[in-house]
Design a protein around this ligand. Structure first.
Ligand code: GAL
Length: 345
């Protein structure tokens, strides 16, 4: 009788301990987690590098901890409506947390409503929700690269080149650097800020500028290529510099130059991202410069935060660089010379 009572008491205690463990979410209590990853477009080159980074981290963490990680990755193909349904679906599948690269950053509130109702934490990345939305819940995080910093690094590559020899950028020596501008999506915080600050940095660096024209190519290589093809016809022999908000559009401009038989580097082209294709073009002397965001750390930060949230832990313990609920990924400027050095290391 005493033995039975003791056993029952022990069972109750163990049950209670397990319940409390679930409540405070100690890692040891979960042997699997499910994470939803939502992409604005699966065919975006830069986002593709982050996606593979997340997949790598998931495998690595699974092996290290024995906790099974199920990653559900969904592509919204540029539709916010599709993404909203994907959020609902992933929540109903029981995801512990979501990583969201929202289609329309100003529509984040719809997603946040759904996540808050279900108690599912969210790590937004690359497309930053407005501050008002971010402040709605403590379980909302953002990981990105600071757009002003990218732009100033891009601008300074050009300022340095001009100071070294003005003819590098002012090829015809008329005292003005004649440039065209390739911009990303109008709704994206990075486009506006990058455009403003790369040009401002050139002005602050006393580079005399003349804007020939500019256009929106939505981060896309083929759209940029079509614009550049048209500009090369409209302004023959006049373009000395292409300032692009990202590497893919810079590569599109280079494609058009190649089709028009314009030699590598005769028109200087600068991008941002440091994607593998961008860096290859830099090494081969087609791209004049880029700004590389540390994609390993970018993906690592997203994963560390989502991992902690899934296990009910404080993300700050894993990501001490968190600034409130924001993580800013480190970036660096890369020129052709630096890219070659890195390749030979
Ligand atoms: C930017 C990046 C672009 C594109 C875009 C998508 O930060 O530079 O290449 O990936 O994000 O939101």
């Amino acid at each position: 009788m005493y033995l039975l009572a003791a056993c029952m008491g022990a069972a109750v205690l163990i049950g209670l301990w397990q319940y409390r463990g679930r409540e405070d979410g100690r890692q040891g209590d979960k042997n699997s987690i499910r994470i939803g990853v939502l992409l604005y477009r699966g065919d975006d080159t830069f986002i593709g590098t982050l996606r593979s980074g997340l997949e790598d981290r998931a495998k690595e963490y699974e092996q290290e901890t024995g906790i099974k990680v199920k990653l559900d990755i969904m592509d919204a193909k540029g539709s916010q409506n599709t993404q909203n349904s994907q959020v609902e679906r992933l929540i109903s599948l029981g995801c512990d947390a979501l990583c969201i690269n929202s289609v329309d950053r100003s529509s984040a509130s719809i997603i946040i409503d759904k996540a808050m109702d279900a108690g599912t934490p969210v790590v937004f990345f690359n497309r930053e929700p407005v501050e008002e939305d971010m402040n709605r819940w403590e379980k909302l995080y953002y990981v990105g690269a600071d757009a002003k910093e990218s732009a100033m690094l891009q601008g300074n590559i050009l300022v340095d080149a001009y100071r070294q020899d003005s003819r590098i950028l002012d090829a015809n020596g008329n005292g003005l650097v004649s440039y065209v501008l390739l911009e990303g999506e109008t709704s994206h915080q990075d486009s506006l800020i990058r455009t403003e600050w790369s040009i401002q940095t050139l002005k602050d660096g006393d580079v005399p500028l003349e804007k020939i024209t500019g256009g929106i190519a939505n981060w896309d290589r083929s759209q940029a290529s079509a614009l550049m093809e048209q500009w090369l016809k409209e302004y023959p022999g006049q373009i000395e510099l292409v300032v692009s908000n990202n590497d893919d559009m810079a590569l599109g401009a280079i494609d058009a130059m190649n089709r028009a038989g314009i030699g590598a580097n005769s028109i200087k082209v600068v991008g941002i991202d440091g994607t593998p294709v961008g860096i290859k073009a830099l090494e081969e002397g087609y791209l004049f410069g880029t700004v590389e965001s540390d994609k390993e750390r970018y993906a690592q930060a997203i994963f560390d935060i989502v991992w902690s949230l899934s296990l009910n832990q404080d993300p700050k313990d894993r990501v001490p660089q968190l600034d409130g609920n924001y993580y800013w990924c480190p970036q660096r400027a890369l020129t052709q010379a630096e890219a070659k050095v890195l390749k030979n290391q």
